[in-house]
Design a protein around this ligand. Structure first.
Ligand SMILES: [Zn+2]
Length: 455
């Protein structure tokens, strides 16, 4: 872009911001004159607090040094946007702040704005923000078109294989050279999961989706589509509470809370899709030995990964150039794939726009370089009403016989819909009565234990 044009654009943006703050200032003066000083002063203070907090979290996301840290901060942002504060001005203040952002910054949080969790907090501006985002992306269609990229995806060799019963924790064991499994976490979402499913279909391959219970319930049609198109649908906890293994080891999370996240998430994905595969992935892959043993005792396979694509790092707001952003993700994917000897389980996410955009490039790389996509699946898998779901059936038997509700299985929430504190949490469900086969029933806190046992 020519410098003059850049400067004009910068000046325009600055003018906009100045006008917005002038508006706040003049409204303050006007209201002061009319004696509404208390209410206005409260609002101004709340606006300052909310926009400051939002900017701080954003900064911490940009400065994240690794995937776990990024994940933690991004979930903090989700939490903040769903519950910006107790003041009645909090939601309005958050709306005012979001309206002051440019469209790249807005697109970064599009899925949060568009999800159920902000239905109340962003009530007054949600529709307006989504319209702005959609106009911005329509305008950009001139420079790229994801649909035509998907149409150019070439076929890839594909094989379905029954998961090795002997393995408890899966990452790249049992994969031959140039064999990869594709997995997508944290969704489903309307926009990104749709692009991913379309791309996989075009390549003629299938993948595994590890969905959180909360997202599956919010996008149940998408969860059903995943199953209908022959992909694996596993669970990834209910709220995606971070670093569960570390928190349990340090006594910051009760064992009951972990069980609520684990069983509640599995039940919620099942209830959204009316189907679930006996596959589970810990949030951040962070477990401890006893938690991993419980997963195995309930008949579920514990999935880790060996190739982190780092798709989460290339957020739209920091990487505004579409082509560069997806080329960077491809580069990062290829580097990680080589580091894993060109085989193993690939980790991507179906909540970030950039992941859906980069997938056509990744699939064509696999196609052009002689890779095969392998889908590990449970033995005796049948997507029919006759399928048995051992954990699900047992859990339903327990809650039905006690007249309990499914929502009591997952962690309780406070009045704002946020999960209660995991420390010392007691569930109304006695999980060890629900599942008498669990051999591990008590957790003694062992501060000497490893933070996360990635095994
Ligand atoms: Zn995750």
């Amino acid at each position: 872009m020519a410098l003059a044009k850049k400067l004009t654009r910068g000046a325009l943006m600055i003018t906009k911001k100045v006008l917005a703050s002038l508006y706040v200032v003049t409204s303050v003066c006007a209201s002061l004159a009319w004696g509404e000083n208390d209410a206005t002063a409260n609002y101004v203070a709340e606006y300052k607090r909310v926009s400051g907090a939002y900017s701080d979290i954003m900064k911490s996301i940009e400065n994240a040094k690794n995937g776990d840290e990024w994940d933690e901060k991004f979930h903090k942002l989700q939490g903040f946007m769903s519950n910006p504060g107790l003041d009645r001005n909090s939601g309005v203040a958050l709306c005012a702040h979001l309206k002051s952002l440019d469209h790249h910054q807005l697109e970064y949080v599009e899925n949060i704005i568009d999800s159920e969790i902000t239905a109340i907090s962003l009530k007054s501006c949600r529709a307006e923000l989504l319209t702005r985002i959609s106009y911005a992306s329509r305008f950009r269609k001139a420079s790229f078109d994801l649909d035509s990229d998907i149409a150019r995806i070439r076929p890839i060799a594909f094989e379905e294989r029954v998961v090795d019963e002997k393995l408890n924790v899966l990452s790249n064991q049992g994969f031959k050279d140039k064999e990869v499994m594709l997995t997508f976490d944290d969704g489903p979402t309307k926009n990104v999961t749709t692009n991913i499913l379309n791309a996989l279909k075009k390549a003629g391959v299938k993948g595994a989706f590890f969905s959180t219970g909360r997202m599956a319930l919010a996008n149940s049609e998408m969860a059903k589509r995943i199953v209908a198109e022959g992909h694996i649908l596993g669970s990834h906890s209910y709220f995606h509470t971070l670093m569960m293994g570390r928190q349990v080891n340090r006594g910051k999370m009760s064992y009951d809370y972990f069980m609520s996240e684990f069983v509640g998430g599995h039940m919620a994905v099942y209830s959204a899709a009316k189907f679930i595969d006996p596959f589970f992935r810990f949030p951040n892959g962070c477990s401890n030995q006893n938690m991993a043993r419980n997963v195995a005792e309930l008949g579920l396979k514990n999935f880790r990964w060996s190739v982190d694509s780092f798709d989460w790092q290339f957020q739209v707001s920091k990487n505004p150039d579409y082509e560069k952003r997806r080329q960077d993700i491809l580069k990062s994917f290829v580097t990680q794939l080589r580091a894993s000897n060109n085989k193993g389980i690939v980790l991507m996410h179906d909540i970030f726009k950039q992941s859906g955009e980069a997938l056509p490039l990744i699939l064509n790389y696999l196609s052009d370089n002689g890779f095969k996509v392998v889908l590990l699946k449970p033995a005796h898998r049948q997507v029919t009403p006759n399928q048995e779901f051992p954990l699900v059936t047992q859990a339903y038997d327990y809650i039905n016989s006690r007249g309990m509700k499914l929502s009591q299985v997952r962690p309780a929430t406070n009045a704002d819909g946020d999960p209660v504190s995991p420390e010392g949490y007691k569930s109304p469900v006695d999980f060890f009565h629900m599942f008498p086969q669990l051999t591990y029933q008590q957790h003694a806190i062992n501060p000497a234990a490893a933070d996360c046992e990635y095994r």
